[in-house]
Design a protein around this ligand. Structure first.
Ligand code: GLV
Ligand code: MN
Ligand code: MN
Length: 415
């Protein structure tokens, strides 16, 4: 069995893997070399058709579910719960070729390598393309993976609308029309394990000059919108003492939240005020309404809770209001799967280091469903969500070999 893992890893075909990344990137290619492929758009549906054809050619069965996740299944020798791997194929509007796509294409490459090495595994192996991880077209993100692990969510998601007013329900109907003969994957008992290979999207592996990151968990996240109310008035005539300026108020709240986050979270704090909406947004009118978003992340749940409490106190002190947009606790991956990932790195004589994911991923939800973990490869310059996102070919191939090694071991585990 050990030999099967190494033979599959060495059957990973570098040219085929790298070519598959370039080929998928043609769907939604941007002129600057990046990719813009919104979830369930017609471009995404074309990309999905390409992936389905590829999986069928590899001898897999293809199924879908209520959130249009795609499951490419290679049968095992026994009818045991499957091992799953995969990621997402939707992109940010200024996305690169690798975020998400690498994990799906590396999974397909592992299926091809198993075929080439003529290896049958005990358990089935399913490669999954999860729908709408980015949350760019429909919010929230990671819709497909969260609806898979918690099927009641789909009812709520159905009402989500994109910027043109198209509902998720309508987008899912378009997907069904595009692939009328796809079988539905039943909501099933727990999978045996889930393993997601992804680019790091940050600088740590590159700075340490280490090619593989064994991801032990994902930091927790809070998303808020803070609404600050003022009164519109003339910018030239209204004395400074007589103003109710929503922007002045918003900047004071922002400064307090930033100081709070740094004090509570120290070096591990990540705080971002990324989206601002200003009314009436006029050069010579004092702002009447300012809404800004807060993205606060930290690996320690107690810091996240303390931030929640102190944000509420700050909001009350300033008489502004806040809305919770999203919250997720820190995730710790399963020690049994982390061990498999480390074993794979060691078996390939590849240096590795433990790392906590700063970004969230589909594995954050799969970890609720079955023992899960992730593997990272370096991102050049730590750049992601950017057309310039890139990873060295050697690293892409090594990550896929380590994934193959890990999957074969997991697929051969006893019930
Ligand atoms: C998703 O990629 C996130 O971490 O924001
Ligand atoms: Mn991703
Ligand atoms: Mn992303």
């Amino acid at each position: 069995m050990q030999d099967d893992a190494l033979s599959t890893a060495s059957s990973v075909n570098a040219a085929r893997l790298l070519d598959s990344i370039q080929t998928l990137a043609r769907f939604g290619a941007r002129e600057d070399g990046g990719v813009d492929r919104p979830a369930l758009s017609s471009i995404d549906i074309d990309a999905r058709r390409h992936l389905i054809d590829r999986a069928l050619a590899l001898g897999c069965s293809v199924r879908t579910d209520a959130c249009a996740n795609l499951f490419f299944r290679r049968e095992g020798l026994e009818n045991l719960p499957p091992v799953m791997t995969g990621s997402h194929t939707d992109t940010q509007p200024t996305g690169g070729k690798l975020d998400g796509c690498y994990g799906v294409l590396a999974g397909l490459e592992c299926l091809a390598a198993l075929n080439d090495a003529n290896i049958r595994t005990r358990r089935p192996l399913e490669v999954v393309a999860w729908t709408n991880e980015e949350g760019t077209r429909f919010q929230p993100g990671a819709m497909g993976s969260s609806a898979f692990t918690d099927p009641v969510l789909i009812e709520r998601y159905m009402q989500a609308r994109d910027s043109e007013g198209i509902t998720l329900a309508a987008a899912l109907a378009a997907h069904r029309d595009a692939f009328p003969s796809l079988a539905t994957r039943p909501v099933q008992a727990q999978a045996h394990a889930f393993m997601e290979l992804h680019i790091e999207q940050g600088p740590l592996l590159e700075l340490a000059d280490v090619p593989l990151g064994v991801v032990t968990g994902i930091q927790g996240v809070r998303w808020y919108a803070v609404h600050c109310k003022g009164a519109a008035a003339h910018a030239g005539t209204t004395p400074m003492h007589a103003r109710h300026d929503a922007m002045t108020l918003a900047l004071a709240v922002r400064a307090e939240l930033s100081a709070l986050a740094h004090e509570l979270g120290r070096d591990d704090t990540r705080i971002t005020f990324g989206r601002w909406t200003v009314l009436p947004n006029s050069i010579n009118t004092i702002a009447s309404d300012v809404t800004f978003t807060v993205d606060f992340r930290h690996p320690d749940a107690s810091v996240l809770h303390a931030f929640d409490k102190q944000l509420d106190a700050c909001v009350e002190r300033h008489a502004v209001s806040r809305e919770v947009l999203f919250a997720h606790p820190p995730v710790e991956f399963a020690p049994s799967i982390i061990r498999r990932v480390k074993d794979a790195c060691n078996a390939l004589s590849a240096p590795s280091m433990n790392i906590t994911s700063g970004a969230f991923h589909d594995a954050m939800y799969l970890a609720k469903h079955c023992p899960s973990a992730m593997l990272f490869v370096p991102s050049r310059g730590g750049i992601s969500h950017n057309p310039a996102e890139s990873t060295g070919d050697d690293h892409l191939v090594l990550g896929t070999r380590a994934l193959a090694h890990c999957l074969v071991h997991l697929c051969n585990e006893a019930p």
